[in-house]
Ligand binder design. Structure first.
Ligand code: SF4
Ligand code: SF4
Length: 278
């Protein structure tokens, strides 16, 4: 089973939920941090990394000795990632989606592929929990291929928890689309409600069952709960605002380590998800 933990915006407690759920479940779990632009789950799980893999994506390289400047490569590229200007062909690697279209249409076989570095994937262990995350190269915008590489480590024989990036754009969809269940984390505030609506909209399109965790549940108002009722989103857990949680977070400590009674609550959360998926 793959459970993705997602939120419409950052700072709602998504990583707190994914890491504490993983730690409560123990060695049966692998945790995949797909927030490759800003991975931070390792600051809490603290794995010992034993493997680092550089991830590249193929981009076109033009042999100017073969090129006849026919323009076909530029015509097929909808991303304007390769442009023919007079007797020059300009590939813009940062815009390239690695579809291979330009290479396929080139009549002179003048285009080959080379690898462009996107970032790294690291794997490590903590108390039997397998931890994998991706780190996007600074300045790099093309995160989905790196996310796919992180997700390729998902082991069908284990329970996989995916810490998805915040938001509702391509990287989030890429992270969630193969999940059996999406756990949406939000706060009972107007901003939380706004972003929950966006996140739930994305989950509905993907047609994946989902449930809600309300963080800092005793602040704000009732509108998130009313929305959940209207949309039939089950509220699976409420985490109160507690200074001890904030202090633990700021030290990089886990809630279930600082307050062990919360381990049972995260295990209950998992049982609710499991029965929902069944
Ligand atoms: S399709 Fe091939 S031959 Fe034509 S302009 Fe592009 S690289 Fe040159
Ligand atoms: S591989 Fe695809 S996206 Fe990249 S330059 Fe060629 S046609 Fe454009």
């Amino acid at each position: 089973m793959i459970i993705s933990v997602a939120s419409g915006k950052g700072g709602t407690g998504k990583t707190t939920v994914s890491t504490n759920l993983a730690l409560s479940l123990g060695s049966q779990v692998q945790l995949l941090d797909c927030d490759v632009e800003q991975p931070n789950a390792h600051l809490f799980i603290k794995p010992v990394f034993d493997r680092t893999q550089t991830v590249t994506t193929p981009v076109p390289e033009v042999d100017m000795n073969k090129c006849t400047f026919c323009g076909k490569c530029g015509e097929i590229c909808k991303f304007k990632a390769i442009v023919v200007v007079g007797e020059t062909v300009l590939p813009f690697e940062e815009l390239c989606h690695s579809c291979g279209g330009c290479m396929a249409v080139c009549p002179e076989k003048a285009i080959t592929e080379k690898g462009r570095e996107l970032g790294v994937v690291q794997r490590g262990l903590y108390n039997g929990i397998e931890f994998i995350h991706g780190k996007l190269r600074v300045g790099e915008a093309m995160s989905p291929p790196l996310i796919r590489q992180v997700l390729s480590y998902a082991d069908a024989g284990r329970l996989t928890i995916v810490d998805a990036p915040p938001g509702t754009s391509c990287p989030v969809i890429e992270s969630m689309k193969h999940s059996d269940f999406v756990l949406l984390v939000t706060e009972p505030t107007p901003f939380g409600l706004h972003d929950l609506k966006l996140a739930f909209g994305a989950v509905k399109i993907l047609d994946i069952p989902c449930g809600l965790v309300i963080n800092r549940a005793d602040i704000g108002d009732e509108r998130v709960r009313e929305y959940a009722t209207d949309e039939k989103i089950p509220i699976l857990m409420e985490i109160p605002f507690d200074r001890r949680f904030a202090e633990a977070y700021s030290r990089g400590d886990m809630i279930v380590d600082v307050m062990p009674e919360w381990k049972d609550k995260f295990l209950e959360l998992f049982e609710k998800i499991r029965s929902w998926v069944k």
